[in-house]
Design a protein around this ligand. Structure first.
Ligand code: BGC
Length: 357
């Protein structure tokens, strides 16, 4: 079968290669890949900045935003049947840290976890992939076509779940939130917070009137462009923010996000920035406001299995409430054979997918 692979740490090494269809063991499921999402992490792996191959081979099959259909199931697998849509959880536990042992692979303390399509485990950008049934999330048939959004949505669910847990330190009734960045994570995060009843601002670079601003406004968020007004002025005009989620992919925004949160506010940083950008920061001001405002700043990556199940429920709600917006997020569909086009950068792109079968 064909698979899209890279030579990890080698610049622009993505290539199609022939690999065997995986054999499944008794507790495994063979999945026919329908499509895979492409995100900043895949682009950084393709650029040689990130990623590592499974032990014993020098290539990594890409793809961690999966969507597929069960092809066959191992003898001891229950509850899965041929024809069902499934999505694969990305992270696998390390060999025994307290969090992985408790099922929280997303909070691995040792760093020795593996991640499909990213770190030491082949991904889903192949005609078939296999996995243990416990790492596969079943998707209702009516959500199958958009289920490739579940992986980024699980990341977004984790952000909110953790913010709520952390904010149990006080009485927290978040009313106003800001999401920085209007890519898939930004839009999905905004949908989730609006569904929770918050007033949401989406701040991004693109000038108003583009697809990103139109989608943000269609779900009831206020879109603010940092190319028209400085971020500092935008925040001054809004007033106090209870919750700020940084998802712009620009590390310098992390410090602005911290400063943007109001008293008792919580800031979540989600951008994975593999470069070596340096900026100067008004550290006295940012620090003073964080201390005097009792702010919390936390980083968040990956997601627990709970976040995937919450994500399936949210995806259903989003499809009921904003079907056109969810569908409009799919801006660029690329057949597997033309994978190079999936790595081109386009300013109006929200979610690029590689269409596999
Ligand atoms: C993925 C996460 C993963 C992270 C770090 C992100 O793009 O969505 O599942 O944990 O990259 O490798």
């Amino acid at each position: 079968m064909k698979a899209l692979a890279v030579t990890p740490r080698k610049k622009y090494s993505a290539h199609l290669r022939d690999v065997p269809v995986p054999d499944i063991g008794d507790s495994e499921v063979l999945v026919r890949s329908v499509r895979a999402g492409v995100c900043g992490t895949d682009r950084e792996i393709h650029e040689g900045l990130y990623g590592s191959a499974p032990r014993g081979v020098d290539y990594l099959v890409l793809g961690h935003e999966s969507s597929g259909i069960v092809e066959s199931v191992g003898r001891s697998v229950h509850g899965f049947e041929k024809g069902q849509y499934v999505v694969r959880a990305v992270r696998r536990p390390c060999d025994g840290c307290a969090n992985c042992s408790a099922g929280a692979n997303d909070m691995c303390s040792s760093g020795n976890f593996s991640e499909s399509g990213i770190k030491e485990l082949h991904g889903c950008m192949a005609e078939y992939f296999k996995d243990e049934s416990r790492y596969l999330i079943q998707i209702p048939a009516d959500l199958g076509g958009v289920s490739v959004l579940l992986e980024p949505l699980s990341v977004v669910e984790k952000v909110l779940r953790q913010a709520r847990t952390i904010q149990q330190r006080l009485v927290w009734r978040p009313k106003t939130a800001m999401v920085i960045g209007a890519g898939p994570i930004g839009i999905l995060q905004a949908m989730l917070l609006i569904n929770e009843g918050m007033d949401v601002y989406v701040a991004a670079r693109s000038a108003p009137g583009n697809l990103k601003s139109r989608l943000a406004e269609s779900i009831g968020a206020a879109y603010v462009s940092t190319s028209c007004t400085s971020f500092e002025n935008i925040v001054k005009q809004i007033g106090s923010l209870d919750f700020v989620v940084e998802a712009s992919g620009d590390s310098s925004m992390a410090f602005q996000a911290i400063d943007a949160a109001g008293n008792n506010g919580v800031v979540c940083l989600t951008s994975i920035t593999c470069g070596n950008k340096e900026v100067s920061v008004p550290s006295d001001k940012v620090n003073l406001n964080a201390v005097l405002g009792n702010k919390v700043v936390f980083g968040s990556v990956n997601a627990n299995i709970i976040d995937h199940y919450n994500g399936v429920r949210s995806l259903k709600k989003f499809m009921d409430r904003w079907p056109d917006v969810v569908n409009a997020m799919f801006t660029h569909r690329v057949p597997l054979q033309q994978y190079e086009r999936a790595f081109e950068s386009r300013s109006d792109d929200i979610k690029t997918t590689i269409e596999i079968s």
